[in-house]
Design a protein around this ligand. Structure first.
Ligand SMILES: Nc1nonc1C(=O)NC1CCNCC1
Length: 246
């Protein structure tokens, strides 16, 4: 997958190109990430990318011309066919379904704003979609862009090793993840659940699914509303309800 990130702080993206699953995706060629700085497309001595807002008010607004030139370059870098996304609180909040859909795109251009915002004429004419990572305000769109890339790159076949699987990720099946444990068996008096020590894989699978359902019911019940439950999941939820203290 080819991604071009537009940012006045391109070095920030080393956090995903140089580390972990996304870093390995880059080194193994599953992900090509170009970073494009709008300052490259300025012509004044101060390389100005922002200006005061019309109508007054706090903060600065990112100017259209440098961003549009950067988007132009970015689309070319990803091969001409790209979905142009601006990360912003005004966008649809990113979820797993959107991540899986974005992973099917041939190329992505990710626009990370700074300051108060971006001149609206860029959003109207050049941006296909605004996406938010949550209902809060960040100092810049870069971290949001990196969250999106990290989630999307996990969907690319071959990126996760055989020992991991995007399918088993929590949210991949619409449920929260089950608890995980590793050595030692006893830690500060707390023991690993016996079921995980026995090697009965079917019993472990069932326990993990029940734990995921219970966690989802308690912490994010709305996720269950949206989900078509299998017969087994319905049985397990009935067990959970019966086991609930009165
Ligand atoms: N939440 C967000 N999800 O994506 N981007 C988000 C964000 O807060 N962006 C900032 C908004 C204020 N201007 C600088 C960028």
């Amino acid at each position: 997958m080819r991604v071009a990130a537009i940012s006045i702080f391109p070095e920030m993206f080393r956090a995903i190109t140089d580390y972990g699953v996304s870093g390995r995706a880059v080194s193994e060629g599953h992900l090509v990430l170009d970073c494009i700085n709008p300052r490259t497309f300025t012509h004044d001595r101060h390389r100005t990318v922002d200006d005061r807002p019309y109508g007054g008010g706090p903060g600065m607004v990112m100017k259209a011309e440098p961003l549009e030139a950067a988007i132009d370059e970015a689309v070319e870098r990803v091969g001409g066919e790209a979905k142009v996304i601006c990360l912003s609180p005004q966008g649809r909040v990113l979820d797993q379904a959107m991540v899986e859909s974005l992973a099917e795109e041939p190329g992505l251009v990710l626009l990370s704003g700074r300051y108060e915002g971006i001149d609206e004429r860029v959003l109207e004419s050049w941006v296909d979609e605004e996406i938010s990572i949550g209902d809060y305000v960040l100092s810049g769109g870069e971290l949001a862009a990196m969250v999106l890339v990290d989630a999307v790159v996990r969907q690319i076949p071959g990126v996760l090793g055989h020992s991991q699987s995007a399918v088993e990720d929590s949210f991949a099946d619409g449920l929260l993840d089950c608890p995980h444990y590793t050595r030692p068996e006893a830690h500060r008096g707390s023991r690993v659940p016996e079921v995980l020590l026995g090697g009965d894989h079917e019993r472990i699978r069932r326990w993990r699914l029940k734990q995921s359902l219970q966690r989802t019911l308690i912490r994010r019940p709305e996720l269950l509303q949206e989900r078509e439950l299998t017969a087994e999941e319905q049985r397990l939820l009935a067990e959970i309800e019966n086991e609930r203290p009165d």
